[in-house]
Write a protein that binds this ligand. Structure first.
Ligand code: ARG
Length: 459
């Protein structure tokens, strides 16, 4: 028999029970459900709505129930639909009338919102710790290879030389913004819906603010209809998780390219790669590939929830039950990727010699030449055109930019000086990019100092 059997004359069809259950996935909210119920019944007693002895009995039984669940002694039942009714039924079974008081002045609509918000709050904190661990790995790798220079790419074509540390710290910046987004999303997660009832509040004299304080919520949601209908806090979180995956996916792509035979810039540790069942020579960067691939799941979760929400009339609708699986999956996916990424980055071997050899391409210094001409008073647009002609001149003759003498250079660049011939050196080029945010070692050292201090403070 269901908890709502008063109005119903027949049992739920088995197919319907299977179709509509959520216990198979919302069971993971058992701890939060117990936490919420505990605070709720304490408040009911404080406000004189239920006898204190009943509240005490419920609180004690909920604690036992939690132990029993964690000890594997509780079988959840599909016919009881969700975690809320599974736990309430258990309580009534064990306590009788006292248990029958737990659901006073609340509905599953405000209850599920409370559970999910408690859960997300914890998960956000866990994801933030994982993000910071990955940032620390990236900073560590950057620090250990402060002098390594590689070609910077645009359009995946040689652009200008950069320090490897500079490249890696770009990801640290992205992850820091991801962390900011989580902190910001958490503010809107951390508001209490409980006590909103089914949609309109309750006739009983409850005190929602004290429940909020007990559960550590920063605010109590002001409007009961909004409280039971809102899922935008989840959409925001999924957007933040999607961006984390975007960043991990781009980092993955760099690692996949860099560990290819063509680049051979890095080698990932054997522990983070797999072989081929057929080709004996293979060592594949599967972790990076899977992370790139799993990004789609997290985007999918975001689009799923947005789609669930868009046509709903105000108030709780059962559609909202579809919020949980995508959110859980996205959280599990992001946590798993971050957890495996931090040690993978920490254990990556850098082939500095390969990177330096690639960065020695004198064409990478073409911009340095144009900027040298600017220093000699040539307008940049003219300098750009002259250097472009010089690049074509060298290409036509099959020589590198560094192989032309001054007379040859002057056929394209009339104002060229001896100094211009000394520019084709990647280290010199990197040293010279000393503008704020640039790749010069001094600037990169500033970034490293900043991140080391910041990560130590665990902000
Ligand atoms: N299992 C439901 C969910 O996940 C709980 C709320 C059900 N509310 C209702 N009125 N049927 O959303």
């Amino acid at each position: 028999m269901a908890l709502w059997d008063g109005r119903f004359s027949g049992d739920t069809d088995a197919l319907v029970a299977r179709f509509s259950e959520s216990i198979s996935f919302d069971r993971r909210l058992y701890r939060q459900d117990i936490q919420g119920s505990t605070a709720h019944v304490r408040m009911l007693a404080r406000c004189g709505i239920i006898p204190p002895a009943d509240a005490d009995a419920i609180v004690a039984e909920l604690a036992r129930l939690q132990q029993d669940i964690e000890g594997g002694k509780v079988e959840f039942e599909e016919r009881l639909e969700d975690i809320h009714m599974n736990l309430e039924s258990r309580l009534i079974e064990r306590l009788g009338d006292s248990g029958a008081r737990v659901h006073t002045a609340r509905s599953r609509n405000d209850q599920v919102g409370t559970d999910v918000r408690l859960y997300l709050r914890e998960e956000i904190d866990a994801i933030r710790r994982l993000l910071q661990a990955l940032q620390a790995s990236l900073v560590g790798l950057a620090d250990a290879h402060r002098d390594v220079i590689l070609p910077g790419f645009t359009h995946l074509q040689h652009a200008q030389p950069v320090l490897l540390a500079h490249h890696l710290l770009a990801y640290v910046e992205m992850l820091a913004r991801d962390d900011e987004r989580l902190v910001d999303a958490r503010r809107r997660v951390n508001r209490l819906p409980l006590g909103a009832g089914a949609l309109a509040g309750t006739t009983l004299p409850i005190d929602r603010h004290s429940v909020a304080a007990e559960l550590g919520f920063e605010e109590t949601l002001r409007n009961s209809m909004d409280a039971v209908s809102d899922r935008d806090f989840m959409v925001e979180l999924l957007a933040a998780l999607s961006l984390i995956m975007t960043h991990l996916s781009r980092l993955s792509e760099d690692l996949i390219l860099w560990s290819s035979q063509e680049f051979a810039f890095i080698e990932l540790d054997d522990a983070f790669c797999t072989g081929s069942s057929l080709m004996p020579q293979k060592k594949n960067p599967d972790i990076a590939e899977l992370t790139r691939g799993k990004t789609g799941r997290v985007y999918g979760a975001l689009v799923t929830l947005l789609t669930v929400m868009k046509g709903l009339p105000l108030g709780y609708n059962r559609d909202l039950q579809e919020d949980k699986e995508p959110v859980f999956d996205a959280i599990d996916t992001v946590k798993a990727a971050l957890a495996v990424y931090a040690p993978m980055i920490a254990g990556a071997r850098v082939n500095g010699a390969r990177m330096a050899a690639a960065a020695a391409d004198p064409a990478l210094m073409a911009t340095d030449l144009a900027e040298q001409l600017v220093r000699l008073g040539v307008p940049f647009r003219d300098a750009h055109r002259q250097v472009g002609r010089f690049v074509a001149y060298c290409r036509d003759r099959g020589i590198g930019l560094d192989e032309a003498d001054l007379a040859a250079m002057r056929t394209c660049i009339p104002q060229a000086t001896e100094d211009c011939l000394t520019l084709f050196d990647a280290r010199r080029s990197v040293m010279a990019r000393d503008s704020y945010g640039g790749t010069a070692p001094r600037r990169v050292a500033e970034q490293l100092d900043f991140w080391r201090a910041r990560l130590e403070r665990h902000e």
